[in-house]
Write a protein that binds this ligand. Structure first.
Ligand code: PLP
Length: 365
């Protein structure tokens, strides 16, 4: 099986596994005052400093949570209460579900946020929280977050950034971007599933928790910390590398698919090196995923399928792609992808497209 679905979850990196195995032997509860408790506490605080340093925050402003979904929900709960809310129209469901009824920032055909529209919305209104992701999970589009942060600050608004897909792949620095909070998830970086962090700017770091419990994480997230998972997370906080190799392989896969009739969605935007969204006119996204799976290639649909019904991708729909929004797959290369995977993808895609692509005569009609 060739795994080309890294944006769903990256394969675990060996350094994460090694750090977790070591942490499994730490016996105490990090909240205990005795020696074993203090030893585990030290492990967590060292991990906190590593995560904070990598992403431009202070250790004391870094809150460990269960992953990207919780980090987004906590940020919106803590920073959005009493403020009107705007979210990018292509945000992940983790943000969309936590900010129902918010105003949506439109995007261009390439999937990039319209900051003029955001400026108009911010001008003269009551205090706001704006949510804009750093990199899109379906197309890889990298949003103009630093410019959005400057705009927000000029209008007294707060900016929350979902950096879940960006974290392991591009620079993502809270202070350098100028945003107020940053959501991260370890399993998108080659770390374990079920752990992430919300990083806060110093001026907003005293937040109300979603879960209070025993007052862990300085009262910002109750519950005994997932110590081995946190150790694994910290172990994958090295600066991103190998992106040129990934871009070369992604470009090869993309060019091959285009030769067999694919349309690249959002290909004109600055993008993550590992990601491409490929629409095949006339072919349902879920059918493509199944066809490739049968050939031993794991990719995902930009459009999810539930109870036999194809849902169109809200991301591609917002980009104005019409019917193609239900006909696109996402190919996202993992950190350990090999050339052979691209060869296999090309061969499988060619066979699939020959069977499923809309005949040229109707494409022209
Ligand atoms: N935000 C984005 C952009 C994502 O792609 C995902 C996961 O796919 C999440 C948030 C949710 O992260 P987690 O799986 O850690 O809850």
């Amino acid at each position: 099986m060739y795994y080309l679905d890294a944006n769903a979850s990256e394969p675990m990196r060996p350094e994460a596994k090694a750090a977790m195995l070591e942490a499994f032997d730490a016996v105490g509860n990090p909240s205990s005052v005795h020696g074993p408790g203090r030893a585990v506490r030290r492990l967590i605080e060292d991990a906190r400093e590593r995560v904070a340093a990598r992403f431009g925050a202070r250790g004391q402003d870094t809150v460990f949570v269960s992953g990207g979904t919780e980090a987004d929900a906590l940020a919106i709960h803590a920073l959005g209460t009493g403020r009107r809310i705007a979210i990018g129209v292509t945000e992940h469901d983790a943000v969309r579900a936590a900010a129902p009824g918010g105003w949506t920032i439109p995007v261009s055909r390439e999937g990039l946020a319209d900051l003029d529209a955001l400026r108009d919305w911010l001008t003269g209104g009551p205090p706001a929280l704006v949510c804009l992701m750093l990199a899109n999970n379906e197309t890889g589009a990298i949003q103009p977050v630093a410019a959005a942060a400057a705009l927000c600050r000029a209008h007294g608004a707060l900016l929350h950034v979902d950096a879940v897909q960006a974290g392991g792949r591009i620079a993502a620095d809270l202070a350098a971007l100028g945003c107020h909070s940053l959501a991260l998830s370890a399993h998108k970086m080659g770390g374990p599933k079920g752990v992430g962090a919300l990083l806060l700017a110093p001026e907003v770091s005293a937040i109300r928790p979603l879960i209070s419990g025993g007052g862990q994480e300085r009262g910002r997230r109750g519950g005994t910390q997932a110590v081995p998972a946190i150790a694994g997370f910290a172990a994958v906080c090295a600066p991103p590398s190998d992106q040129d190799r990934l871009a070369t392989l992604r470009d090869r896969a993309e060019a091959a698919a285009v030769r067999y009739g694919a349309i690249v969605c959002g290909g004109g935007a600055p993008r993550l090196a590992n990601t491409v969204s490929l629409a095949l006119p006339g072919a349902r996204a879920d059918a493509q995923v199944i066809a490739l799976d049968l050939e031993g290639i794991a990719v995902s649909a930009g459009a999810a399928c539930s109870s036999g019904k194809v849902q169109t991708s809200h991301v591609l729909e917002a980009m104005g792609l019409g019917a193609l929004a239900g006909q696109a797959i996402r190919v996202s290369l993992p950190w350990n992808v090999e050339d052979a995977a691209i060869d296999a993808f090309e061969a499988a895609y060619a066979r699939m497209a020959a069977r499923m692509r809309r005949p040229l005569v109707s494409a022209a009609a």
